[in-house]
Design a protein around this ligand. Structure first.
Ligand code: AMP
Length: 971
């Protein structure tokens, strides 16, 4: 076998057995690949009998070009093979990968010269030099030796060793270069030559694109700035470093997909229909929220469905919403000229939480659409618009006037909705009210002994002003002695004053509803005694004196006229002249006093004094609504000439009555007719001159309070209940101011109208004895409603306004427990005993601590320690103004709020029913049962037994552990 045949043979085997065929990494860029050439490579071989180009096939039978040399039978070999010119491109560092086989010299018999290496050279040039080849111009890169050479044996086994060697060259600076292979006597086949450089390939990282980058030859990294992919924008400038090995390192910064686009793979792609993306960032597109949609790709928000809206400040992720429905169940509680409106949330809030309420006030007249917006100083507490709670107090309305309040619900999208107002309306009629205070008083003229004043009518007269009361006194006398003047007009001259003296003065107006509140104290001084008349002033003084004489004469004439007028009007107000009072304890003029009809010799005279006789033809009876002691109680209508028809209740006296029964029946009208207050049942008149005898009163649609509350168990807000209680207290204050003691104040004797206004009723003289089914005979014989009556009234018939206050406390308990029977099924005797021993009713369920404390105050054993009705009204007013004070319930509060400043403290428990109380009394130690207070030193506690089911109330002084200051708030 000749040498060439041997090499071909070898080569054939080399390729067939080439198992390590390399897939080049993507960061290598070939400048030359001999395997890729199908035709002759055309490399220069020098001398021409040295390296020889041969065609062959690779393992895929693809033709390839190879070179071989094997001149081992001749000495001094120096065979060169030079490649074509290879342009460098941008590469600085070049890699040369050689694949070759080499014959083990020892395995060749009879060789003359044999080497097992060859040399690799290169030459840089700016251009292709064609066939010009000069050995000495080349620089040696390296001597290439085979890792493994093959032998004859290998041929037999067909195991051939393909060597792969890679060499680096650089940095290159010229435009191109040649490679040359120098054989000095080896038997070698060059299977492939690949020349390449490395680059960092195009890549996308953090949504930034980094272009193909060729590293420098030096060791330093190349910093590359990335550019954001389509539909994204730079958050932090994206950067990476390209290493000399063609690897990307240290990615910094990033890009974020634009709104409407999401990251999918390495791109930002548009959101699909039904999805949206409102913010840039690499989050996914979100599904359209409820009641919204989008049919487009790349949506940044979803549009709302028909009749649904989005407020400006709503985030795109929020469901579309719609305006709320109207508020529900509006209830009004009228107090004189103010009204508390209370309502429930709309059934549909439109899917939003920002519901607010606006209250529109309209003043109305009878007839269709006879309303106009309220004018003047109507006050809304806390305000009329933008209410977040479902209650508002409207104050300073006109007395006896019809109003309609429209309560509108709005939310954040109401303004975008079609103009349909969602509101609920309530119509009310205000009650009578006293005038407001005189605020503007002017001093017109002062002299040594007199002063002239004028003032402006109160801002809210609430009716026709009958007259003004002017009260004045010397400042230093401190109100112990004062003078009162009445004036029909808005000016007055105070005469008979001391010279050079300071006086204080207050004015208040009076209408049919009584006196309004007094003005602030106004201070003035009379002129000094030493005031002398100078000659220049004498003329002025003369005029003044003659005017004074004229005024005196006029006054005398007026006096005569007025005194005649007064006599004509039965001197009902004998105090209409100046009235000096000694010590201020006298009942002030203007406040009427109750007259007991029994003091009249002829009781029918009393009826006609206080009650209007009605013509039976003006009354129409509709139906029976209740049963009274003397006959049926009916509802009906009363139509008086030139007056509007009104609904009335008609009490009838049943046929066959005795004269005493008639007298007793009518005595109620005689009493009722003396009262004129919005919380006292109003008498319209009586029918005595025809039969049946009737008492006609205003009609109270909701009947008596106890039944009404039981029917509406737990349906009212605390504020509504307090509003009712305030009305009752106000009526009772009026009665006590009149000197009238009711004696049978109980929820069953309170009537409720359609506006939830509560009015005190049942004024019959015999009622406590006969009429009231609750009244029971006491040991002393009289009939008394035990559960409602103060101990001193039960024990020795001491009925006073203070005993009415005790009853009021029981009414308070009845109201807060929605008509529960006081002391449940305990017998009257047990009630008397328990109350006497200091036990009191426990707080009703959910009863505010403040109200329970008020009950306990009303049930003070010593009647002087009980609050007056005036105080009760003001306490309840404060609670209404400050509803948060009602939040703490008696069962949760560790201590009650002390409503009165000058009374002994008491404690409360947390029992709502007798069962609760009994249960805990059996099982718990005293200090646990009385939250937060230790009673361990109180011997009374020993009395706590299963039979007594009330709260024991002990004054602070008897319990040393009691610390009255702890947790007590003063309102
Ligand atoms: P009296 O005789 O006052 O206790 O009344 C008996 C019942 O008649 C009461 O319990 C009420 O249910 C009803 N009643 C009395 N007065 C009125 C009124 N002014 N309006 C409506 N119902 C009334």
């Amino acid at each position: 076998m000749d040498c060439k045949t041997l090499i071909l043979f070898l080569f054939f085997f080399t390729l067939i057995s080439s198992a390590d065929f390399i897939i080049h990494p993507s960061n290598e860029v070939n400048l030359l690949d001999s395997k890729a050439s199908q035709g002759e490579l055309g490399w220069i071989s020098s001398p021409s009998h040295g390296w020889e180009e041969i065609s062959g096939v690779d393992e895929h039978y693809t033709p390839i070009r190879t070179f071989q040399v094997c001149n081992v039978m001749e000495y001094s070999q120096n065979n060169w093979l030079r490649t074509n010119w290879i342009p460098r491109n941008s590469a600085q560092k070049i890699y040369v990968e050689l694949k070759f086989t080499l014959r083990d010299c020892n395995s060749i018999p009879m060789v003359l010269t044999c080497k097992e290496t060859f040399n690799l050279h290169y030459l840089e040039t700016e251009e292709d030099q064609g066939n010009k080849f000069r050995e000495h111009q080349f620089s040696k890169i390296d001597t290439i030796a085979a890792d493994e050479s093959f032998t004859q044996m290998d041929l037999g086994d067909r195991i051939l060793k393909l060597n792969t060697e890679v060499r680096e060259v650089g940095p290159m600076t010229k435009k191109g270069f040649y490679l040359a292979f120098q054989d000095v006597g080896a038997c070698v086949a060059l299977v492939s030559v690949r020349v390449y450089f490395k680059k960092c390939p195009f890549t996308v990282r953090n949504l930034a694109m980094f272009p193909d980058t060729v590293p420098t030859d030096s060791q330093s990294l190349v910093e590359v700035r990335g550019s954001c992919v389509n539909n994204s924008k730079e958050e932090d400038p994206p950067k990476m470093y390209c290493s000399t090995e063609g690897e990307w390192l240290v990615p910094i910064g990033k890009c974020l997909c634009n709104i409407g686009y999401e990251e999918r793979g390495v791109a930002c792609q548009a959101c699909r229909p039904g999805f949206y993306k409102a913010s840039s960032g690499n989050v996914k597109c979100s599904k359209c929220p409820p009641h919204s949609y989008t049919h487009q790709e790349g949506s940044v928000h979803c549009g709302c469905e028909k009749n649904y809206f989005r407020a400006d400040e709503d985030p795109a992720s929020m469901a579309c919403s719609r305006p709320p429905s109207a508020p529900r169940n509006v209830i009004s509680a009228i107090n004189e000229t103010s009204v508390i409106l209370d309502w429930n949330w709309p059934a549909d809030t439109g899917g939003r939480k920002d519901v607010i309420f606006n209250v529109v006030c309209k003043r109305c007249w009878p007839g269709p659409r006879q309303c106009e917006p309220c004018r003047g100083a109507v006050r809304f507490l806390p305000r009329a618009f933008g209410l977040t709670n479902t209650t508002v107090t409207v104050a300073d309305l006109l007395a006896h006037t019809n109003y309609t309040f429209e309560i509108e619900a709005q939310n954040g999208v109401s303004f975008q909705a079609p103009t349909i107002r969602q509101y609920a309306a309530v119509t009310i009629t205000t009650n009578q009210a006293a005038p407001s205070a005189v605020t503007v008083i002017r001093k017109d003229r002062t002299s040594r002994n007199s002063i002239s004043l004028s003032w402006m009518e109160p801002e809210r007269p609430n009716g026709i002003i009958l007259d003004y009361e002017v009260k004045y006194y010397e400042k230093q006398e401190q109100e112990t002695s004062y003078t009162i003047l009445r004036s029909k007009g808005t000016n007055v001259t105070l005469n008979g004053l001391k010279p050079d003296t300071t006086y204080l003065l207050q004015i208040r107006a009076r209408t049919a509803a009584g006196y309004g509140s007094s003005s602030r104290k106004f201070e003035f001084e009379t002129s000094p005694d030493s005031f002398s008349i100078s000659s220049e002033n004498s003329q002025v003084v003369l005029i003044a004196i003659s005017s004074a004489v004229a005024i005196i004469l006029l006054t005398v004439v007026l006096y005569i006229v007025i005194s005649r007028f007064c006599r004509y009007s039965k001197s009902k107000h004998p105090d209409e002249k100046r009235l000096p009072f000694g010590n201020g304890h006298l009942r002030l003029p203007g406040i009427k006093t109750y007259v007991d009809p029994h003091t009249y010799e002829d009781p029918s005279q009393a009826v006609h004094e206080f009650a209007k006789e009605l013509d039976a033809s003006s009354i129409a009876i509709d139906k029976v609504v209740g049963a009274g002691e003397f006959g049926e109680v009916c509802s009906g209508r009363l139509k008086l000439p030139s007056k509007k028809e009104i609904c009335v209740a008609i009490k009838t006296l049943k046929a066959g009555y005795t004269e005493k029964q008639r007298r007793d029946f009518l005595s109620e009208a005689s009493i009722m007719g003396q009262f004129d207050h919005p919380n006292i049942i109003r008498l319209e008149g009586v029918v005595t001159r025809s039969k049946p005898v009737m008492i006609v009163t205003e009609y109270m649609e909701n009947g008596s309070l106890d039944g009404f509350l039981r029917k509406h168990d737990a349906q009212f807000t605390v504020i509504q209940l307090v509003g009712m209680l305030r009305g009752i207290a106000s009526g009772m204050k009026y009665l006590s101011d009149m000197g009238y003691v009711h004696r049978d104040l109980a929820a069953r004797n309170i009537l409720v109208n359609s506006n939830l206004v509560c009015k005190v009723s049942d004024f019959g003289l015999s009622r406590v004895l006969e009429d009231d089914p609750e009244a029971a005979y006491t040991t002393r014989g009289g009939k008394i409603p035990i559960r409602w009556t103060a101990p001193e009234a039960i024990a020795y018939r001491k009925f006073t306004s203070a005993s009415d206050v005790w009853s009021y406390g029981i009414v308070l308990w009845e109201v807060m427990s929605y008509g529960e029977r006081p002391y449940w099924e305990m017998s009257n005797q047990d009630v008397i005993k328990a109350v006497d021993e200091g036990y009191r009713l426990p707080p009703p369920m959910e009863c505010p601590a403040t109200l329970y404390q008020l009950m306990l105050d009303c049930w003070q054993k010593d009647r002087n320690n009980r609050p007056k009705f005036e105080q009760i009204v003001s306490i309840l007013d404060k609670l209404i103004r400050n509803p948060s004070s009602l939040k703490i319930t008696a069962s949760t509060a560790s201590r009650p709020v002390n409503l009165l400043l000058d009374r002994n403290s008491t404690d409360i428990t947390s029992f709502h029913t007798m069962g609760d109380w009994l249960e805990s009394a059996r099982t718990l130690p005293c200090k646990d049962a009385f939250s937060g207070v230790s009673y361990s030193s109180c011997d009374t506690l020993a009395k706590t037994s299963a039979e007594i089911c009330l709260t024991e109330v002990r004054p602070a002084a008897t319990c040393p552990e009691w610390e009255p200051s702890m947790g007590i708030t003063t309102l």
